[in-house]
Design a protein around this ligand. Structure first.
Ligand SMILES: [Fe+2]
Ligand SMILES: [Fe+2]
Length: 473
């Protein structure tokens, strides 16, 4: 069972850490390393305090507390969702058995790998976003950035807790490595491609929190199904926090589109760049980039590793419990993307188990469509003809079946030469990026907002937009 966290403790937690001295000491010795990583790789803008949400419990009634805290004193805690004594493994060869409270020896290295890959993404995004505070369009946005950053820090804690508690010396070594690898580093980069890309401006930040944090949601969703109960409970609670990150992305893009629409209508011209806005075609290019690199995070169309993880019960499907099949998939099939002998984009039928990456990516794509619909409603209700859209799955891919080919956002094949000539039509060019960066001037005054983005409809935790969300140092 979980206990109630005590904030007087060095490491707030609901896992009875005080009862396990060895583990407590191990985590307390990792803590200063985490803090020095935060100091050197975390947010660069000096602040006095920030209006932040801190997780204080996992129950239904009020799990978070809001208040001004100095960021260095933020209480990164360890929280697992309540243990369900009736839970049963929902899929694979152990379906129906009670979940594991310890790691079975034969799955040790696979589970460790899954936790490390997830864990690596958490600090990576903090590193990618570290300089954004200097150009925040409002104090509200600045606060949201920092909220996302501290919670990604907490997600690192969540994974490090599992590594320390269940994987012995190797787990402790991996926990160190999570602080040594850095986003974009030449010698020790982060594990996954999208987490080594830059997040140099706020349009990128909103696209990142929409598309890349959403990949995180889907990965956590599969781990939440895990037969390894502590992992399942950890991910369940992380998903709760993750929802806010995606809200930041969804409404962030809303507000950029809304401002672009306003400028277009006001001046009856789509030359919004000259008027301090971001043109819709530039928004589309940023969308194309972030969506396509996020699709790569789901891996190849087929994977025998992932099939084995599923059969073993390590990692399930998105909303496994709602799937109407046998949850073993040994006799099912799925159509996956491929490139046929003529080099054309095609589909091939494979065993459902090896196609699980495709299954997850499709769930993700369907979810991404939701954002595009929403942004298009803003365009539509202003009477504009233009629309945003998700590019074809073959567009700009570096992983999987389409890694070796080039395609337009409509899914037409291109030669490498044509791609080089035309990529600037679909991906942000230096000119586009320079324009976007030129707009990134800080607005750190209460109740004010930059000219390239509309204000939010709602503040945080019922506070107004002009609330003092951040006090700068
Ligand atoms: Fe996260
Ligand atoms: Fe996140």
């Amino acid at each position: 069972m979980t206990s109630t966290p005590d904030y007087a403790e060095k490491i707030p937690n609901n896992v009875d850490l005080a009862d396990d001295r060895r583990l407590q000491r191990a985590l307390e010795s990792w803590q200063p390393n985490f803090l020095s990583w935060w100091e050197s790789m975390g947010p660069t803008l000096p602040t006095r305090d920030v209006y932040l949400r801190t997780a204080v419990n996992v129950g239904r009634e009020g799990w978070a507390h809001f208040g001004h805290v100095a960021m260095r004193d933020y209480r990164w805690g360890i929280f697992l969702a309540e243990r369900d004594p009736d839970r049963r493994i929902g899929f694979g060869e152990h379906q129906g058995e009670p979940p594991w409270q310890k790691v079975p020896g034969e799955y040790r290295s696979d589970l460790r790998r899954l936790i490390v890959i997830q864990g690596d993404t958490e600090p990576a995004s903090v590193e990618q976003q570290r300089n954004l505070g200097a150009t925040a369009p409002s104090l509200y946005d600045l606060r949201n950035l920092f909220q996302v950053n501290v919670e990604e820090g907490r997600h690192l804690w969540a994974m490090v807790y599992l590594l320390h508690a269940y994987f012995g010396r190797e787990g402790r070594e991996e926990a160190e490595e999570l602080l040594h690898r850095n986003s974009g580093s030449q010698d020790a980069p982060r594990i996954l491609g999208a987490f080594n890309e830059e997040t140099p401006d706020w349009l990128s930040f909103f696209m990142f929190t929409y598309f890349t944090d959403r990949d995180g949601k889907y990965q956590l969703g599969t781990l939440k199904e895990s037969a390894f109960d502590p992992l399942s409970r950890t991910c369940e609670f992380m998903l709760k926090e993750e929802a806010h990150h995606m809200m930041v992305g969804t409404t962030g893009v809303d507000r950029v589109v809304e401002r672009t629409v306003q400028l277009t209508v006001e001046h009856d011209s789509d030359e919004v760049a000259a008027r301090g806005g971001i043109p819709l075609d530039v928004i589309q290019k940023y969308l194309n980039f972030h969506y396509s690199v996020s699709l790569d995070l789901f891996g190849g169309e087929t994977s025998t590793n992932v099939a084995n993880y599923y059969t073993a019960g390590l990692k399930g499907r998105w909303l496994e419990g709602r799937r109407r099949d046998d949850h073993k998939l040994t006799s099912d099939s799925i159509m996956v993307d491929t490139v046929d002998e003529d080099g054309q984009i095609a589909q091939a039928e494979v065993a459902a188990l090896v196609g699980l990456n495709t299954d997850l990516r499709r769930e993700y794509i369907a979810d991404c469509e939701g954002g595009v619909k929403r942004w298009n409603r803003i365009l539509e209700s202003a009477g504009l003809e233009a629309r945003l859209k998700l590019p074809h799955v073959a567009f700009n891919r570096k992983v999987g079946a389409f890694a070796g080919i080039e395609a337009t956002p409509d899914g037409e094949r291109l030669s490498a030469q044509e791609w080089d000539l035309r990529r600037g039509e679909w991906l942000p060019t230096e000119v586009d990026k320079t324009h976007v960066r030129s707009l990134m001037r800080p607005v750190h005054e209460r109740g004010k907002i930059a000219a390239w983005i509309a204000p939010p409809r709602n503040g945080i935790n019922g506070q107004p937009f002009d609330y003092e969300y951040v006090r700068l140092a």
